[in-house]
Design a protein around this ligand. Structure first.
Ligand SMILES: Nc1ncnc2c1ncn2[C@@H]1O[C@H](COP(=O)(O)OP(=O)(O)OP(=O)(O)O)[C@@H](O)[C@H]1O
Ligand SMILES: [Mg+2]
Length: 385
């Protein structure tokens, strides 16, 4: 039922309006501006009928206070004889209309009907306007982040591309130097000291840069928003291959088990590669050889598939764990980590309507579970099997 608030210091008009409207409206009455404004806050009526002339605070003051609380509610002023000027002032201050006292019942019922409807329309209109503004703001944000992502992907691909050529040259010269060193070594023997070890480290790291730049070139070019049937085992195999140079340089073994191999999700492969790559890279960096182990496995769990990446490395304290999704949070030494890996992974998994869980214990290791919903066709296979 629509609500009408009557504010009048005189009992007579208050009660006659209540009597007139009570069958069709929920009527609230107050005998002062203060009482009326309190009721306005509490009840949010669809119409206020208010006397202009009241002791203490007048209707004009009341109108100002009402407009501070509610910009849209219709307010009809009741005016006595000779108060036309004040009534006009009330209109200037935002009253909707005025009726003279004593009021005509027909005129009053018609005005109430009309102005209750007006409030409702006004509220609906501003509600829709707010919603439109919200949608617009979200669209603008979305567009900005998409543009940013697209231009980042483009520049990443370009950087990766430009790095590749000089890296290839360095890598070629490292091989030449290694070959020459072998000859020199035969003549000079021990005098060379650890030079060949140094050269090997350089070679290893240049190869690592080549692999990374290849990975970035591949991922950067990928369209970011395309989703389609994606076999998770293929993704994991590619990531394990992609992280092999890193694992080799850190002297870490990765075990992986991609059962069930046929699990299909609705996803974007390049994005999933990035997401899982980041977690496996963290695991590799957390363990110490020779006992260091990284295990990657898949488990079907109802309508989703869990990819679990476990390591027996350093683990994390609750304090570190509480920060791993903060952008730029890293515990790695300068130049080793950007602190963006887990942030990117979390965003990608959420874009796939998945979940990311991390359990960790200091000196025991870490389990990261990436839970992704199976594609609907794969789901029915899962239930019939
Ligand atoms: N498997 C793990 N074991 C131990 N600590 C981890 C593990 N994974 C993440 N962390 C902790 O979380 C922090 C944030 O990880 P994140 O991958 O976001 O950044 P990063 O690895 O430091 O840098 P980046 O990935 O950008 O190279 C790490 O610095 C590390 O302290
Ligand atoms: Mg990382």
């Amino acid at each position: 039922m629509n609500k009408v608030l009557v504010i009048d210091d005189e009992l007579g008009p208050r009660e006659s309006i209540r009597f007139l409207l009570k069958g069709d409206y929920e009527v609230f009455c107050a005998d002062s501006v203060d009482g009326g404004v309190a009721m306005l806050r509490e009840q949010s009526p669809d119409l206020v009928i208010m006397d202009i002339r009241m002791p203490r605070k007048s209707g004009i003051e009341g109108l100002r206070e009402i407009r501070e609380v509610d910009k849209h509610v219709s307010v009809v002023m009741l005016t006595g004889y000779g108060a036309l000027e004040t009534a006009k002032e009330a209109l200037r201050l935002g009253a909707t209309d005025y009726l003279s006292k004593p009021f005509d019942t027909k005129e009053m019922t018609e005005a109430v009907g009309r102005y209750v409807e007006r409030t409702r329309m006004e509220r609906r209109r501003t509600g829709m306007l707010d919603e439109l503004q919200d949608i617009n703001a979200r669209l603008v944000d979305d567009l900005a982040s998409r543009e940013q992502e697209a231009s980042m992907a483009q520049s990443t691909a370009e950087i990766a591309h430009d790095m590749r050529n000089p890296l290839m040259i360095v890598s070629g010269y490292v091989e030449l130097l290694t070959a020459q060193l072998e000859e020199v070594k035969a003549k000079l023997g021990d005098q060379l000291g650890a030079t060949d070890d140094y050269l090997e480290v350089i070679g290893q790291n240049v190869r690592r840069c080549c692999d990374l730049s290849h990975m970035w070139q591949k991922y950067g070019r990928a369209k970011l928003s395309e989703f389609g049937p994606t076999t998770l085992a293929d993704v994991i195999e590619d990531v394990v291959l992609g992280t092999a140079p890193l694992a080799a340089s850190e002297n870490v073994d990765i075990n992986y088990d991609t059962q069930p191999g046929d699990a299909v999700i609705n996803g974007n492969k390049p994005q999933l590669l990035r997401a899982i790559h980041n977690v496996i890279a963290n695991a590799i960096q957390a363990v110490t050889p020779p006992e260091g182990r990284v295990q990657v496995s898949c488990r079907r769990d109802g309508d989703s598939i869990d990819v679990v990446i476990s390591d027996n490395g350093s683990g994390m304290s609750p304090e570190v764990l509480s920060h791993i999704f903060d952008p730029y949070y890293t515990t790695k030494e300068e130049g080793k980590g950007t602190g963006l890996g887990m942030v990117i992974t979390k965003r990608i998994i959420e874009e796939h309507h998945g979940e990311l869980r991390v359990e960790s214990e200091v000196d025991a290791g870490t389990h990261v579970t990436i839970s992704l919903p199976l594609a609907s066709s794969a789901r029915s296979v899962a239930t019939t099997n």
